[in-house]
Design a binder for this molecule. Structure first.
Ligand code: ATP
Length: 192
């Protein structure tokens, strides 16, 4: 079985994330893609005071409802503390023994992997499926096995969406309608 792990803060999950997951699944014939919302990202600790892990998890669940071969995992929420991909991979390796794992991520995240917890072991145990973000060339960290997800550049970012909602600008094209309803119903991102 080929499994794509797609980690992130998903604050909120947006169409760029969906596109990334769908293209990775189709291009690399993955049996499933598992979205893994971080309880607390090691890279974005300051953000997590504004949206709870439960809200971010729920938005991912709504965004992928009905999507072919996509799931959301609460393993990082249950583990609590800082969420490390290495620990998540170890959990999935136990749960799906014999599977091959791929980590789905954007260029910005990929270029930082040498700073991740147990990066050298991670690079040996997983293959990276990387989407370009912006026009620059991708720098491949030494020892990482990487392949490129072919998809049009998608300029959407969660930070852009948070900012737009705060300024009462329209984000209908960037977020699914179910997620948007959730954001408004829970008054998310209205203030800093
Ligand atoms: P923020 O704007 O708050 O930094 P984000 O939009 O990058 O958030 P994350 O949840 O941090 O969202 O991203 C999860 C993963 O998805 C990361 O690997 C990131 O590089 C990738 N990603 C997010 N948006 C895009 C996009 N538009 N194109 C390609 N990759 C993306």
């Amino acid at each position: 079985m080929k499994i794509g792990i797609f980690g992130g803060t998903f604050d909120p999950v947006h169409r760029g994330h969906l596109q990334l997951a769908q293209n990775a699944r189709a291009q690399f014939s993955l049996d499933k893609v598992i979205f893994v919302p971080a309880y607390q990202s090691p890279h974005k600790q300051e953000l997590l005071s504004c949206t709870s892990p439960e809200d971010r998890y729920e938005m991912v669940r709504l965004a992928i409802e009905g999507e072919f071969s996509m799931e959301v995992s609460d393993c990082e929420l249950k583990r609590k503390g800082v969420s490390y991909t290495f620990d998540t991979l170890s959990e999935f390796e136990k749960k799906y023994s014999g599977a091959t794992f791929f980590l789905i991520l954007g260029r910005d995240a990929f270029e930082g992997i040498d700073a991740w917890y147990r990066a050298d072991e991670l690079k040996k145990r997983i293959r990276f499926l990387v989407a370009k973000r912006g026009a620059c060339e991708v720098h491949v960290p030494e020892g990482a096995r990487a392949e490129w997800i072919q998809m049009p550049l998608c300029p959407i970012s969660a930070s852009g969406i948070r900012e737009a909602i705060k300024c009462e600008r329209n984000v209908d094209d960037h977020v699914s309608s179910k997620v948007l309803q959730y954001i408004y119903a829970h008054a998310l991102y209205r203030e800093n």
